[in-house]
Design a binder for this molecule. Structure first.
Ligand SMILES: *Cc1c(COP(=O)(O)O)cnc(C)c1O
Length: 476
């Protein structure tokens, strides 16, 4: 007998119930736990064990999880986690992961409900971001993959079918993004075979938005030198400052140049849900493609990103392998084209559409809009604290949900140490960045659990450590 199923399901069932109870307790008691715990050396070493040849009791494995894994995870569930741009997840999505695991559906293709759920989620995403109803799309691991796939769609438009066989083949194609572009876009140009130097990084203005005059100048200079601009990649919510490029202006320039207009909206695209912030995303619906994440501001559990492509034909011809058309059947399990495997690089892929569908269904766009608006209001509160202080200094406008601030009279190393201490003490997890050459404490408010008290306590804690007076600024 080789089956991996138990002869008697009762102990597995009991263990499963225990796990579910423990995980619900875990979510319900986040505030009593440290944001993050450094992993002891012994735990790190325990994950260098030899490959097991014989099996182990599942109860013992779960005990190992409880002791050595659960305490040392990233911490982004916690309301006081403010580093990088990490989503907080949600309990419905957690349960959906269990259900999807039980189904173990391969959502690369074939005619089954997993594909229908994914198409539903893509249609909802297009509607949320103001794209036309026939927009094509695919779920991917994250925006890094979605940006890469968007660059490949732009390549398809520029080079056509010949590009599949001969690659870039010396074509002098150039792409444009702001200097605040996420590093994965530079990486995408590299991985797509253009070379990272093909991405022209355009300086930003005082609001950290791409300078459109400089963009026009760069395009003119490139044309004069024999290059063909094929892609403008605007940013909707930059990673350092949450800045939005002028998407309408970028779309106009792309249209005039016959270039692909892509928007990296990894987290910021979701601002389209908020009546108060939607104006920042004006022009988003004109994009040829949008990359964004469900696992950041939309609070779906990791990982799930999304690529939307306005022209379904270009999307399909970018990724479809001729062999899959041969396999297309009019009926039966092999029907129902196009399949997700013809819309991205993955063949076998899991059922991440389920957790997105359940999250959107459970909370609605109104629930997610409240999360977006709360995050922005909290960032605004933090920015008010910084501006009211004579030691803290705002280093970038806090137009969205990200606040970057420096500390007068402290060296870069002292600021880095302060942040590392806050993390290691398990109290708060902001991250750091460099803004105009200055080391900044960077707080990205993404988690739906974060409250005003968390923001006030962060400033109070920093004030204690800097031995400076603390008070809640007037009007907040
Ligand atoms: C997070 C982020 C990315 C990368 O997305 P992943 O989901 O981490 O792969 C790209 N662009 C921006 C603006 C981001 O914030």
């Amino acid at each position: 007998m080789s089956t991996l199923d138990p002869a008697d399901w009762s102990s597995l069932r009991a263990l499963g119930h225990q796990m579910l109870d423990d995980m619900v307790d875990h979510l319900a008691s986040l505030r009593e736990q440290p944001v993050w715990r450094p992993m002891p050396e012994a735990v790190r070493q325990s994950f260098t064990a030899p490959l097991p040849s014989s099996g182990k009791d599942t109860e013992a494995l779960y005990a190992r999880f409880t002791a050595d894994i659960q305490p040392y995870v990233t911490g982004n569930l916690h309301p006081r986690f403010m580093g990088w741009v990490h989503g907080g997840g949600n309990p419905v999505s957690m349960l959906a992961e269990l259900l999807a695991g039980a189904m173990n559906a391969n959502c690369g293709g074939r005619d089954h409900v997993g594909i229908a759920v994914e198409r539903q989620v893509i249609a909802w995403a297009a509607e949320m971001l103001g794209m036309p109803a026939q927009t094509s799309g695919v779920l991917l691991t994250g925006s890094s993959m979605a940006n890469l796939c968007a660059v490949l769609c732009a390549k398809q438009k520029a080079l056509g079918e010949a590009g599949h066989e001969t690659g870039v083949n010396g074509a002098k194609l150039t792409a444009y993004a702001s200097s605040g572009v996420h590093r994965c876009v530079t990486g995408a140009l590299d991985m797509a075979g253009f070379g990272s130097a093909a991405l022209r990084k355009i300086p930003v203005d005082a609001e950290f938005r791409m300078d459109m005059d400089k963009l026009r100048e760069a395009i003119t200079a490139d044309r004069a030198a024999g290059f063909t601009p094929f892609l403008i990649a605007a940013t909707a919510g930059s990673v350092d400052a949450g800045a939005f490029d002028d998407l309408n202006a970028a779309a106009d320039i792309a249209a005039a140049e016959n270039a692909w207009f892509h928007v990296d909206g990894a987290f910021g695209a979701l601002a389209a849900l908020s009546p108060a912030k939607r104006h920042l995303t004006a022009g988003l619906g004109r994009a040829d493609s949008i990359a964004f994440d469900f696992h950041k501001w939309a609070q779906v559990t990791y990982s799930c990103g999304c690529l939307l492509v306005r022209d379904p034909e270009i999307h399909n011809t970018t990724f479809a392998q001729p062999t899959s058309y041969l396999a297309a059947a009019p009926r039966g399990l092999a029907g129902g084209f196009p399949w997700p495997c013809d819309l991205g690089p993955d063949l076998s892929r899991g059922f991440s559409a389920l957790k997105i569908w359940m999250t959107l269904s459970a909370y609605g766009t109104e629930g997610l809009a409240r999360v977006v608006e709360n995050s922005c209001a909290l960032a605004n509160r933090l920015a008010n604290h910084v501006q009211a202080s004579n030691r803290l200094v705002l280093l970038a406008p806090a137009a969205l949900n990200i606040v970057c601030f420096g500390i007068e009279g402290k060296t870069d190393q002292q600021i880095l140490d302060l942040v590392a201490n806050l993390q290691e003490d398990g109290l708060f997890a902001p991250s750091t960045t460099i803004i105009n050459g200055r080391t900044a404490i960077r707080c990205a408010i993404v988690n739906h659990r974060t409250t005003e008290e968390d923001i006030d306590e962060l400033v109070a804690e920093i004030s204690r450590r800097l031995e400076m007076p603390y008070r809640v600024p007037e009007g907040t």
